[in-house]
Design a protein around this ligand. Structure first.
Ligand code: FAD
Ligand code: MLT
Ligand code: ZN
Length: 483
């Protein structure tokens, strides 16, 4: 299979080479040798259970030098490679399309250094996000990215997808926070750009190319990143609202009243919360049902000051009929509990047969219109309902309202051609008309690759292809994806 696009088929000689190179048993998961009995399922299947690869070899190097030797050998022998971190990506990027070799960062998980004065952390690409955040918590700092998959995703995967997450509104994008990367490029060279400088205007800022490159021009082995001071006071409020228009007003007022302490403003529609209630079997935070919900988080250094600001905000939005109801977390357990109504959505939607996911940027006033229009379209086609014979469970909207980033999700009882035909290219054309982005934060992978032209010009695509050809002339790095 690997002969496609000029790369070659894996042989037992290749496997032998890797076994000798990496030594330890657990470093090579082999499904090639005659006596191989490896269980490769977890590496060949994505979080959404939508994409299935056929790798017969997973390599788990322990050091950058080992990654370098693997990649050089693969390049010299025209063997295709897929970098894999925590395998939580939502666009199929970490799954081989055919039988590409998976290079997993799971065993590269050391924190290399942390400077409490500057807040600069240098860590291996395979460190798990939550583990790093806990390490930083013990040193009064916070990782500038947080997302629902934090218990599994790796820093290298985060940087390679340029993940956005729940607090981008406060801490900004990884393009700003990542100070340096260590990368193994396709000829095996180790590019050590693990700068710990805040400012460095000496020439092109080439590290930016690897942030969001999804493993197409190299394997990130180390990351240097600026981490903010951990806030001492965190408040979370969960609000019920009667319309998306009111959610926009609530957002505007949140910026006005809470300004520098606002750290998240998330949107959840009524159906997303009903589905969480149904699947997680939890008691909702508010008594009645509301068409929309918002989760607001503040983070600051002075609890009294933040409490006073948030109380004033809540008084204002309640007395001006902007919100219908609301609840404020009283302790850390309640903070976690309110967040679970937002962070738990992806997992609950994954409860049925499959989910069609669209992660889009649209100007805020029209953000939710896409959900209404999609629901209308699938209803007219007679595809939605409680009846088990209908494919679509519901049309759901939630996301990072503070960043104008909507997650339009269509949970289905099974992946279904008719549903797909109604959704695509309809959703992409809808986005294009509003000059939005068809991939706000999840990347392109295999899922969005055919649609990149809806958000990028011909010229930009040509420039991207030139970069790919320049850095990966043999096309071994995560082939068939991205562009
Ligand atoms: P993987 O899934 O293993 O890989 C993702 C891509 O990066 C692949 O193309 C892979 O080849 C490449 N890659 C991985 N490691 C490397 C490396 N070291 N060098 C080069 N390329 C590499 N995303 C958001 O942006 N915001 C969210 O809020 C968010 N929430 C999520 C919540 C849930 C429940 C889930 C399941 C996913 C969520 N995601 C979110 C998507 C996903 O978690 C992120 O994209 C995450 O950054 C991927 O990290 P990973 O280690 O799992 O990468
Ligand atoms: C989120 O914001 O929850 C993630 O991006 C995952 C998703 O879109 O489902
Ligand atoms: Zn998201």
């Amino acid at each position: 299979l690997i002969t496609f696009m000029g790369t070659r088929k894996l042989s037992s000689n290749h496997v032998q080479y890797f076994k000798q190179l990496l030594g330890s048993e657990s470093a090579v998961i082999d499904g090639v040798s005659k006596d191989a009995s490896a269980d490769l399922e977890a590496f060949n299947c994505d979080w959404l259970r939508k994409y299935r690869g056929h790798t017969k070899l997973v390599l788990r190097p322990k050091s950058t030098e080992e990654v370098s030797k693997i990649v050089k050998y693969c390049n010299d022998n025209m063997l295709a490679v897929v970098p894999q971190g925590g395998n939580t990506g939502l666009v199929g990027g970490s799954i081989p399309v055919f039988d590409e070799i998976i290079v997993s960062t799971a065993r590269m998980n050391s924190i290399r250094s942390f400077d409490e004065m500057s807040g600069i952390l240098v860590a291996d690409a395979g460190c798990i996000l939550e583990v790093v955040d806990q390490y930083l918590a013990g040193r009064s700092h916070i990782f500038p990215l947080d997302l629902g998959a934090k218990g599994s995703c790796h820093l290298g995967g985060n940087v390679s997808t340029n993940a956005g997450g729940l607090r981008l509104l406060r801490y900004g994008s990884l393009h700003g926070n990542v100070l340096g990367v260590e990368v193994v490029v396709p000829d095996g060279t180790i590019v050590d750009e693990l700068s710990t400088l805040r400012k460095n205007n000496t020439g092109y800022d080439l590290k930016q190319l690897f942030i969001g490159a999804e493993g197409t021009i190299g394997i990130i082995t180390g990351v240097s990143i600026l981490c903010p001071q951990r806030p001492q006071a965190v408040n979370v409020a969960y609000l019920g609202l009667e319309s998306f228009g009111k959610a926009q007003l609530a957002f505007r007022e949140a910026k006005r009243h809470l300004s520098e302490i606002l750290s998240a403003f998330e949107l959840m529609d009524g159906i997303s919360q009903e589905l969480v209630e149904r699947v997680a079997k939890k008691k909702p935070p508010l008594e009645g049902k509301h068409p929309f919900y918002c989760l607001i988080e503040t983070s600051g250094s002075n609890k009294e000051h933040d409490d006073e600001k948030l109380e004033k905000y809540l008084e204002f939005v309640l007395s001006n009929d902007i919100i219908s109801d609301g609840v404020l977390a009283q302790d850390e357990t309640q903070v976690q509990s309110l967040w679970s109504w937002r962070e738990g959505i992806p997992e609950c939607l994954n409860h049925w047969g499959g989910v069609y996911k669209y992660d889009v940027s649209i100007p805020l006033p029209e953000l939710y219109q896409l959900v209404d229009d999609t629901r209308e379209r699938l209803s007219s086609a007679g595809l939605i309902g409680d009846d088990e014979s209908l494919p679509v469970v519901g049309v759901v909207g939630y996301g990072h309202m503070g960043d104008s980033n909507l997650h339009l999700n269509v949970p289905t009882r099974r992946f279904d051609r008719d549903v797909e035909k109604e959704l695509e290219p309809f959703v992409y054309e809808w986005i294009q008309k509003r000059n939005g982005s068809i991939s706000a934060e999840h990347g392109l992978g295999i899922a969005k690759k055919p649609f990149i032209g809806y958000s990028r010009s011909r010229k930009m695509l040509d420039m991207m292809k030139d970069i790919k050809k320049l850095y990966d002339p043999n096309g071994i790095m995560n082939p068939y994806k991205y562009i």
